[in-house]
Design a protein around this ligand. Structure first.
Ligand code: HEM
Length: 394
């Protein structure tokens, strides 16, 4: 069988997709001053240790006060007791009643979106279906009108184009990341003001009611930053997971047959895609003290790029790591992170993507990637996967 990475045209930067492994678990990139961490046990250890590592990257760059304001309140960049406190409160939005309602709504929306495809024998799985669905679901989570979701695309475009910390000096990076998002910030701000006056059962209302450790409410800017923070992962990564699963099923027809014959394998299939073709293939930590990782001494105030994609192919954690295998159990992949910063949207994503694949398999007895139209990929070095993939139903 043709090699997976060659078949789909993944470049050498995504080396783990070719079954290649780095000789060293820790590598220092002198040109950019970044430490790369490739192993699964070591990455888990770093992600679990909030005493020596923080996700707050702003502390490593000379970020001016104005730029720093754009990050205050972003849960994923916080650390310590304030993070634990805020996270505990925010997670309440995913309560059983909310999840139940969301699940019913996702089924309805999926039905509508698939119905909208009519009898077409070829369509773009993401652009014609999943992008819309993910946008509406996210808008409902936030509690904003579905029409406003068009603005979310600004985050996707921004993340696609922005070279990440490994290629741009710190301050430039922050400027590039924040400035183009001002119209989106303004739109979210209006919803925050409205929801502060008229709370409902949604994430923005909840954020308006949250109290910080000192008893103060979150500021308007902090709420906006929180939402911008989850838009990248939440809105962009969902279509990536669905598109990536499609590539995997197409490449491993025997696994595709298995899951078609036994739908109870759908959740396992999604976790195996999170491992095998990890959508968010890297995250970052800054060292809070001198540390030792995999026998290498890393000084305080250094940037570590935790290479989640390669870690998910570590043979020390996974037998036959380059096989896409729906029997894999357990599957301790790091695709949603680990420990204190474990993805708060993981449960929602599991529900959403399970419904999508159940419905797709119900509606289309045949569904495969169109061999005549190559998929289009996200260019960010931190994300892996498709932003457009044409499928055929015959
Ligand atoms: C397939 C979709 C998704 C993927 C692959 C993904 C991936 C991740 C990963 C790897 C982390 C850990 C980052 C780290 O430790 O540095 C994370 C954290 C996070 N994710 Fe997701 N995510 C997804 C969907 C979502 C959704 C839908 C939401 C919002 C509803 C969300 C909100 C968050 C938040 C707020 C955090 C930070 C949690 C904390 O720091 O306490 N994610 N996600």
């Amino acid at each position: 069988m043709q090699d997976f990475a060659d078949r789909w045209g993944f470049g050498p930067d995504k080396f783990w997709l070719r079954g290649e492994r780095k000789k060293e678990i820790v590598e220092f990139d002198e040109a950019h001053g970044v430490w790369h961490l490739y192993g699964h046990p070591e990455s888990s250890e770093v992600l679990l240790d909030t005493e020596h590592f923080t996700p707050d990257g702003t502390k490593l760059f000379e970020v001016d006060e104005e730029t720093a304001k754009y990050f205050d309140g972003d849960l994923a960049q916080m650390n310590g007791p304030e993070h634990v406190h805020l996270r505990k409160q925010v997670i309440r939005v995913f309560n059983p009643r909310f999840m139940d309602r969301l699940e019913r709504r996702i089924v309805e929306l999926c039905d509508e979106c698939i119905g909208g495809l009519g009898g077409r024998d070829r369509f773009d799985l993401l652009r014609d279906f999943v992008d819309d669905l993910a946008g509406i679901v996210f808008a409902e989570l936030l509690g904003i009108p579905a029409d406003d979701r068009a603005m979310f695309r600004m985050v996707d475009v921004n993340m696609d184009q922005t070279a990440m910390m490994t290629t741009v000096e710190g301050e430039d990076y922050f400027q590039k990341l924040t400035v183009p998002l001002q119209p989106l910030r303004d739109m979210i701000g209006e919803h925050v003001d409205e929801r502060a006056r008229n709370p409902r059962e949604d994430l923005i209302s909840l954020l308006c009611q949250v109290r910080k450790l000192n008893g103060d409410p979150m500021t308007r800017d902090q709420i906006i930053n929180f939402i911008i923070g989850i838009l990248g992962a939440g809105h962009l990564a969902t279509p990536l997971l669905i598109g990536n699963t499609m590539l995997c099923l197409d490449s491993f027809p025997e696994q595709y047959e298995r899951v078609r014959a036994d739908r109870s394998l759908v959740p396992t299939m999604l976790d195996e895609t999170m491992r095998f073709l990890t959508p968010g293939n890297a995250t970052y930590r800054a060292t809070l003290a001198d540390v030792e990782v995999a026998g290498r001494k890393i000084p305080k105030d250094q940037m570590i790029r935790v290479e989640i994609g390669p870690a998910n192919r570590d043979p020390r954690a996974f037998a036959d790591p380059d096989a896409y295998d729906l029997s894999r159990n357990p599957n301790p992949h790091l695709g949603f992170g680990r420990g204190a910063h474990y993805c708060i949207g993981a449960q929602m994503i599991r529900v959403e993507t399970r419904i999508v694949f159940d419905l797709l398999m119900d509606r289309f007895p045949v569904l495969h990637v169109d061999p005549e139209i190559p998929p289009v990929y996200f260019e960010s070095p931190d994300f892996t996967g498709v932003k457009s993939v044409t499928v055929r139903t015959r």
